[in-house]
Design a binder for this molecule. Sequence first.
Ligand code: BGC
Length: 447
Amino acid sequence: MSSEKMLDAGRRELITAGMALVASAGLPLPAFAKSRRLRPVPAGFLWGTATAAHQVEGNNIASDFWVAEHVAPTVFKEPSGDACDSFHRYEEDIAIVAKLGLDTYRYSIDWSRIEPEPGTISMAMLDHYKRMGETCRKHGVKPAITFHHFVSPKWIAMRGGWLEPDNAKRFADFCSLAARHLASDAHIAATLNEPDSVRQFRWFSSLGDKFLQFRSAVEAMEVAAAKATGSNRFSFYFNSESERQTATLISAHKQGYAAIKAERSNLPVGVCLAVMDYQGVGKRSRVAEARADVHGQWFEASKTGDFVGVQNYSRILIGPDGPLPVPEGAATSSVGLEVFPASLGNAVRTAHAATGLPVLVSENGIATNDDAVRVAYIDKALAGLGDAITDGVPVIGYIHWSLLDNFEWMSGYDPKFGLVSVDRKSFVRTIKPSGNYLGAIAKRGTI
Ligand code: BGC
């Protein structure tokens, strides 16, 4: 997609300080002109980038996802393997965050490394994550710690995963333990990552067989994983029983929140939600129903929290039968989402209106092999975010997904979300122009 197309006609008036700053930093200017009035972000605004343990560490072999990646049939294009080897290279990653000029690193801790068997706690792994927090502090970076990012120990999946209500308490026990060791270095924390995403899937059946096939493929994979692990039911995170999962996950969030706060009451804790920008099309659109069904319970549950994490990647158009395909001619990212950066501003408004909470943009980004498209995307997304801030939405930070090109779950390593590329064999990291671009905005402090 050409960067010209990314421009919203109404916003092309003013060329401003942003260009000068980027230029003075010696960075290539994006082809389009920066053309808006720049507004300062609120005091204490967090500028960050994110990863998740399973997507970057490598060899998380005691996890449920590792099992799922290795059975046949599987929904994974390829296994995570060594990922970005961040388990060993985390200091290099954190140093890059600092070098870019960002002040926050959102990363997750891997429950399956810390508790590989029920009740067996690895002090060495707790120390590892403690060192990560300390390393962030050493580099002037604030740790934003996610306690659960999709992945659980395989023993949890073998005990029914999030379909088993008792696992909420097991998660809370893990939160207590981890918070005791790690909370003192944390700046902010999240219990769960996108626990609402499973609810979204059931809406996608209006888009055709692809999604129904995905559901049955997950079920076949769960059967294979149960057999491989000798369990009655191996419950994968992205299964189709979203009602039962939601009940357990809400309980897990609430108990996890209480457990973390009990260890450190002044640590801001929230839940990070997948807030797609649902937009109605036509008079008979089911948009209100979709919003209520996907977000309703979670916006309510997030009120047990000090902020709400908003993760937004695009909009979804909703017609009379549910989600519609991406409009003809619209640009799409390499994971098939419409390139629609204005969705971020809409998503933070929606989340704040529904919860009354301060909003942390805990993820926003685009899968593309063309880094100039990422630069243009960041620019537009931040413009919309700036408008929301101007209109009074209390936004406490912007965390870009992702620091690194990494393991994009079922899609494997093809989609590139990173501000930094990673050589798949040598693990050498190379900063992309988009990384410097976001860093320059962070240093400038206006959007
Ligand atoms: C997840 C990330 C994922 C990203 C891009 C979010 O749903 O939290 O783990 O890589 O989206 O698809």
